[in-house]
Design a protein around this ligand. Structure first.
Ligand code: PLP
Length: 426
């Protein structure tokens, strides 16, 4: 039954009774020996199977330009895949590089190149600066933050809003502090909160004055095509907006087919101004004579056209949308009206972001672990894994089968209620 009384408003006696009920429910969970995992945004086996046509491709070893893809060469990636994903991402194919299977590797390489050499518009390598700082919209993607700390880059956080990052806060920071060299952004279906950055916010981000002349937006469009509803929202056209504002080198765009085909054997993309692309491949060429073009060609043959990719994404949606629906149903049934939790209702991407009673997220995660349900570690959506309110929990429902998603969420709901009751009683 729906919990209709807001827990924070319960009289002490009722709260004590409620806590006992939840403790009993939790003890019952312990007896069930669950082993469930909602931690990582991985495609399920059923999703991977959708792309098994790749396993018998390519049917030829020459690409559309007659290049033998088995050999060295072609640092920018084959033309046909750059055209296909250029159209899907709204970017000129000449400004797209197709690389190996991981866009995260491309992000790391970009940061290292900036560190060692600076960008096309830098005065010096970033390592020669006394300090480098990045703006991080939060909650965000843990691996973005890990990359920064690995390089010794400082962070300053801004909130995500329904339109994208809090653009007033970003503009104020970027204008006033020359150590602020860049920002992260997952513009479409943010990880983990699902918001889509609007064209207006993007326009402001690429046109705002910045104290650093070489400010970079790491535009990580990992979920550009990953719609959960029939509404196939287009990403903001960041490169055109940037060029039109006279800051063509500000955004660097990343994307991949990790959650389109195979997470371990897809194709990753980087895009930017023509100068940025030449800068990137110039540095890439010091360590590579060319990407896995055979993998790129089999992707081209598998999809046939940009519409082939769109159709394929609808098949993914059929598999995963019910899992998201199950998460939301359980949250609503068990936590709606309790006054101790709020959550996102994403239109795409891979996550639901759950905010529990402040000060209880780590306790919820600990309780869930005790009951055999793995949740992403507390604070992981914040730089330094520090969630100042200890409130946020990232739920990733794509990998487990539907019945397990439901079972895991029932357990999570019990843990949220028990942790809240403990906190309110204490
Ligand atoms: N960027 C975001 C926002 C992600 O959520 C992920 C994976 O979870 C990645 C990048 C990783 O991308 P890739 O598999 O292309 O390295």
């Amino acid at each position: 039954a729906d919990q209709t009384t807001s827990l924070p408003d319960l009289p002490a006696d009722d709260l004590a009774a409620f806590r006992e009920q939840q403790q009993a429910a939790y003890d019952a969970l312990l007896g069930r020996g669950l082993s469930l995992d909602l931690t990582r945004g991985k495609p399920s086996t059923e999703q991977l199977d959708l792309s098994d046509g790749l396993l018998s491709l390519p049917t030829s070893v020459k690409d559309g330009d007659g290049v033998d893809v088995r050999n060295y060469g072609g640092l920018n990636g084959i033309r046909e895949i750059r055209e296909m994903f250029g159209e899907l991402l709204g970017i000129e194919p000449g400004q797209v590089v197709a690389g190996g299977s991981s866009s995260l590797v491309m992000m790391r390489e970009t940061l290292v190149d900036l560190w060692l050499h600076g960008a096309v518009d830098s005065e010096r390598p970033w390592s020669a600066e006394e300090k480098v700082t990045f703006i991080c919209p939060v909650p965000g993607y843990d691996r973005h933050f890990t990359l920064l700390s690995w390089l010794g880059i400082d962070t300053v956080t801004v909130p995500m809003t329904d339109d994208g990052p809090d653009v007033e806060a970003v503009a104020r920071l970027a204008a006033s502090d020359p150590t602020i060299k860049g920002m992260w952004l997952v513009p479409t279906y943010a990880n983990p909160t699902g918001q889509v950055t609007t064209q207006e916010v993007a326009a402001r981000l690429v046109s705002m004055p910045t104290a650093a002349p070489d400010f970079k937006i790491f535009w990580d469009n990992a979920y550009a095509l990953h719609h959960l509803t029939a509404e196939e929202t287009k990403s903001a056209d960041v490169l055109s907006l940037a060029a039109a504002s006279g800051n063509p080198h500000r955004p660097i765009v990343f994307a991949s087919t990790s959650k389109i085909t195979y997470a371990g054997a897809g194709v990753a993309f980087l895009a930017g101004s023509p100068e940025t692309v030449a800068w990137w491949t110039g540095h890439l060429g010091k360590g590579s004579i060319g990407p896995d073009k055979l993998n790129q060609l089999r992707h081209v043959q598998f999809f046939g056209s940009p519409d082939g990719v769109r159709d394929h994404m609808r098949q993914h949606r059929e598999v995963i949308a019910p899992k998201f629906a199950a998460v939301l149903e359980v949250l609503q049934e068990r936590l709606g009206g309790t006054g101790v939790a709020t959550w996102t209702d994403p239109r795409g991407g891979y996550f639901v972001s759950l905010d529990v009673l402040p000060g209880t997220a780590s306790r919820v995660i600990e309780l869930a672990k005790g009951a055999g349900v793995a949740l992403t570690p507390a604070g992981s959506a914040f730089p330094g894994s520090h969630d100042p309110d200890d409130t946020n929990i990232r739920l990733a429902p794509t990998f487990p089968v539907l019945a397990e998603v439901r079972e895991a969420m029932e357990a999570v709901a019990t843990c949220v209620l028990l942790a809240a009751a403990e906190k309110l009683a204490g």
